[in-house]
Design a protein around this ligand. Structure first.
Ligand code: ATP
Length: 314
């Protein structure tokens, strides 16, 4: 549905994009995640044809945005970071204006505005001036204008920025409801805002793709094989002696009493291979029972920090 190939963008001597490639399948909700300055807005502006790339290609449904910008833009809806809302217009006036700009035939403009308001749940504010709307409602109007002409691909730049937690939940639900057959790409610098919404996440770091995969797979790929959790039944001192003396481990720490005579430990492997079998046998041979043993998953947040070397901004 969308192909982005080797995008490079220079702003004077600053190399904002250093060769970005990815593709997006039809119907996916994809999150572009990255710190401020990672290159999210630049990438989105190039995909939408608002900015030209120094080199590289963008194809939307097989149409090259550089060769046939008009045709490609017909498949596109864009919500920029600062949506171009005309504050002195009412919601209906503005959406009719947007529908007209999108080239809808005169007779269909009022119905299109009604459809947009219905889809974004703002019909109750159709005659309100945009400047009188709350930030959450304004963002809905922004989404409504991006939906004009029923585009196959929607590009949303930081759609949750500046919203309070309730509004974030509402906008997230709204974006989810707009998906389906439609493909949606949205950016954020806050992982927790988008991880439950997106099927696929692309992590940008300093103008490059640092990681890209299905959201769950990204977590699994970066699972920390060396760190394990074990629940063991036995004498606590004896368990600790075995953990201390085995060459399989670099270190261990006691976590908690699960119940009487059953303890949970975190252990860190000294080996490059999966040592779960060896640990199980070690305790079995010493007449102790391993109730559970599993690798600790890294959260996506840990993956993000590992890949970019930075904490997310709150
Ligand atoms: P933000 O969330 O802050 O918008 P971003 O990930 O969207 O960040 P971009 O806005 O794409 O990042 O910026 C990428 C890099 O390009 C940054 O270093 C930025 O300073 C630089 N940059 C962006 N626009 C311009 C411009 N018009 N002129 C010069 N440098 C620019």
């Amino acid at each position: 549905m969308l192909l982005v190939k080797d995008l490079v963008k220079h702003y004077g001597s600053r190399e904002a994009l250093k060769g970005i490639s990815f593709h997006v399948e039809e119907g996916q909700i994809v999150g572009l995640l990255g710190q401020n300055g990672a290159g999210k807005t630049t990438t989105m502006n190039i995909i939408t044809g608002y900015l030209s790339a120094t080199s590289g290609e963008v194809e939307i449904q097989g149409i090259n945005i550089l060769d046939k910008p008009k045709e490609a833009k017909r498949c596109l809806g864009y919500l920029p970071e600062q949506p171009p809302l005309y504050e002195k217009m009412t919601v209906r006036e503005y959406l009719q204006f947007v529908a007209e700009l999108k080239g809808l035939r005169k007779g269909g403009i009022a119905e299109e505005a009604t459809r947009l308001m219905e889809q974004t749940n703002i019909l109750d504010r159709e005659h309100t001036l945009i400047r009188h709307l709350s930030k959450g409602y304004k963002q809905r109007v922004g989404l409504a204008q991006a939906l004009a002409g029923n585009p196959a691909l929607m590009i949303l730049d930081e759609p949750m920025v500046g919203l309070d937690p309730n509004q974030i939940v509402e906008i997230r639900e709204l974006i989810r409801s707009l998906a389906g057959e439609r493909t949606i790409i949205l950016s954020s610098h806050i992982l927790s805002e988008i991880e439950t919404l997106c099927d696929h996440i692309i992590i940008l770091d300093q103008g490059r793709v640092a990681a890209e995969n299905a959201t769950r797979q990204l977590e699994a790929e970066h699972s920390n094989q060396k760190q394990l959790r074990m629940v063991i039944k036995g004498d606590k001192r004896e368990i600790q002696r075995l953990l201390r003396e085995t060459e399989l481990l670099k270190r261990y720490s006691y976590i908690r009493d699960v119940e009487q005579g059953v303890y949970e430990f975190q252990v860190v492997s000294a080996m490059d291979t999966d040592i779960r079998d060896e640990l199980f046998l070690l305790f079995a041979q010493n007449q102790m029972i391993v109730y559970s043993i599993h690798m600790e998953q890294m959260s996506l947040e840990d993956v993000f920090i590992k890949l970019t070397g930075k904490e997310e901004e709150a």
